[in-house]
Design a protein around this ligand. Sequence first.
Ligand code: DGI
Ligand code: FE
Ligand code: FE
Ligand code: FE
Length: 186
Amino acid sequence: PMFHEELLTALSAHLSDYRYQHCLRVEKQAMRIAQEIGADVTRAGIAGLLHDYAKERTDEAFRVMITAQHLDAELLNYGNAIWHGVVGRYFVEQELGIHDAAILQAIGRHTVGDPHMTTLDKIVFVADYVEPGRHFPGVEAAREALANSLDQAVAVELQQTISHLVERHVKIYPTTFATYNELGTN
Ligand code: DGI
Ligand code: FE
Ligand code: FE
Ligand code: FE
């Protein structure tokens, strides 16, 4: 596997500067959350750093990967917003030689979640949403929720994200709903 400095070089080679800076902030944010709750700080950092590694690939590159990895053909009905995590994890594995299943899973779940997220999955999911470069309406509510618990932050993020997507009239990936439905509410 690559050393941290090599990961930074690879990441910066594939991302615009603003998204590269976002990834560095998510790395730090994920490590901070992991530290606070006694989770694996190293895995949180690597997954946070690399979560958007594939975000600037072409749609064609994602379609090729979906076919090559025999992923659910339903994915072809979505776009970069969904692909960069769910499919992006395979670019991380193949190009960066990261085979840690927990890290790849957290990258794969960082946008849409999963009904059975691990603590690492939740850390990356939330760190991406609340990192200090985020300024959208609702980010403070998510940060306040995180001060209470990671699970509260996951819930607020899902509620706000789904509402936002509905307001924008965009298609919602079924896993996003499944994750929302699994929250401890009724
Ligand atoms: O990649 P980032 O911008 O850092 O953040 P992200 O990966 O969490 O979200 C990327 C985009 O995907 C964001 O605009 C919200 C959107 N998104 C999240 N869930 C869904 C979704 N878009 C669609 N179409 N469907 C979803 O279920
Ligand atoms: Fe992302
Ligand atoms: Fe996210
Ligand atoms: Fe991100």
